[in-house]
Ligand binder design. Structure first.
Ligand code: NAD
Ligand code: UD1
Length: 334
């Protein structure tokens, strides 16, 4: 049975490919390489001993998508399910270039749904985000909370795609869709071969700390220490990317045997402060992380963490790694 991973050479897609191959699925990576490199395919093969098929293509391009479904069918291994990672994800860039974000993320999702239907493929796992919980809800976030009110176009695309998927599943009872709401993915594969490769100066906490640890940046700027949290710094639910990948495997197995749509949080259920992440990194690596307290970053909320109960009850999945594990693995990555 083959599974199509759009955005499959990216950070989360590549880690998920490893878990799917190890579980015996045939994997097709479909990516336009706008934010990843084709050499990821070699690295996945090195880790798993199996080579996924790579197809260069764009999810906004109907022909590219039609071809990938047709080729798989002609080779006697039709695509049974799609995990849709492809999209743009930089929050700041989405504020500067909203049309580019709405175009790529929304059009890509719609084209994909259309081509899946034509190919009689009814099973979809979608990369959503905890950002859909917006600013009004109070953590721990549960899947039945009202979503929306995101502060940036990137977050809005996730909210809007979830709505599109809900409407599509209502209209077509054959569809089986799981929208996975990721909390804060961090870490890397323990081989050191796969990792997140942000272009330029990172915005997110963990890649920033990695660059401080490697001497590429002088210090970490901690955005605010006056939040109503345990030590005044922001608290997040950091989830190891390998846990996230096994969460996709569990969601895929669920979706292949159900119909309808579910939104499911992928988080650990634990909140960790910025200063706790700094300590965990120092403990895991022995490297001192220099930091300075700075003003709050606009758009940040004080606390975000998941209620991870639905993933456990519906998928039988819970996170296995902690923040220290993720720090150790992030530090290993080249
Ligand atoms: P990534 O940028 O590493 O991977 C996304 C991949 O999609 C890239 O390889 C890119 O080249 C590809 N892509 C982009 N537009 C495309 C298009 N039109 N056609 C084909 N390929 C295209 O990002 P990631 O961190 O692996 O994230 C994967 C998904 O998870 C994204 O949808 C992202 O929004 C979502 N997500 C990520 C995070 C996070 O913190 N990393 C958190 C929540 C949700
Ligand atoms: C950010 C995005 C969110 C996106 C997620 C992807 C914003 C406002 N939110 O979430 O939409 O889904 O990334 O993982 O951009 N911090 C510092 N110094 C830094 C960087 C971060 O102190 O240099 C702090 C932040 O204030 C926050 C925590 O670290 O408290 C985590 O930040 P980050 O990794 O950027 O993730 P989020 O803000 O949760």
């Amino acid at each position: 049975m083959s599974i199509l991973l759009t955005g499959g050479t990216g950070y989360i897609g590549s880690h998920t490919a490893v878990e799917l191959l190890n579980a015996g699925f045939d994997v097709i990576l479909f990516d336009n390489l706008s934010n990843s490199e084709e050499e990821v395919v070699d690295k996945i093969e090195k880790i798993t001993g199996k080579r996924p098929l790579f197809v260069k293509g764009d999810v906004c391009n109907q022909k590219d998508l039609a071809n990938v479904f047709a080729d798989a069918k002609n080779q006697g291994n039709p695509i049974e399910a799609v995990i849709h990672f492809a999209g743009y994800k930089a929050v700041g860039e989405s504020v500067e270039k909203p049309l580019m974000y709405y175009d790529n993320n929304l059009v890509g999702a719609i084209r994909l749904l259309e081509e899946m239907k034509k190919a009689n493929c009814n099973c979809l796992i979608f990369s959503s985000s905890a950002t859909v919980y917006g600013e009004e809800n109070i953590a721990p976030f549960t899947e039945d909370m009202k979503i929306g009110g995101c502060t940036n176009p990137y977050g809005q695309t996730k909210f809007m795609i979830e709505q599109i998927l809900k409407d599509a599943a209502f209209a077509d009872k054959e569809l089986s869709i799981v929208a996975l709401r990721y909390f804060n993915p961090i870490g890397a594969h323990s081989s050191g071969l796969l990792s997140e490769q942000p272009k330029g100066i990172p915005n997110n906490l963990m890649p920033y700390i990695v660059q401080v640890a490697k001497g590429k940046l002088p210090q970490l700027n901690v955005f605010g220490n006056d939040y109503p949290t345990k030590d005044g710094t922001g608290e997040r639910d950091y989830i190891h990317v390998v846990d996230l990948a096994t969460g996709h495997l569990a969601a895929l197995k669920y979706a292949l045997n159900h119909k309808g749509i579910e939104a499911i949080n992928l988080g650990t259920g634990k909140a960790t402060s910025v200063l706790e992440v700094v300590s965990a990194y120092e403990k895991a690596t022995g490297i001192k992380i220099k930091y300075e307290i700075k003003p709050r970053r606009p758009g940040d909320i004080a606390v975000s963490y998941a209620d991870a109960g639905k993933a456990k009850s519906l998928l039988g999945w819970t996170a296995q790694y902690n923040v220290e594990d993720a720090c150790r693995d992030s530090n290993k990555a080249k």
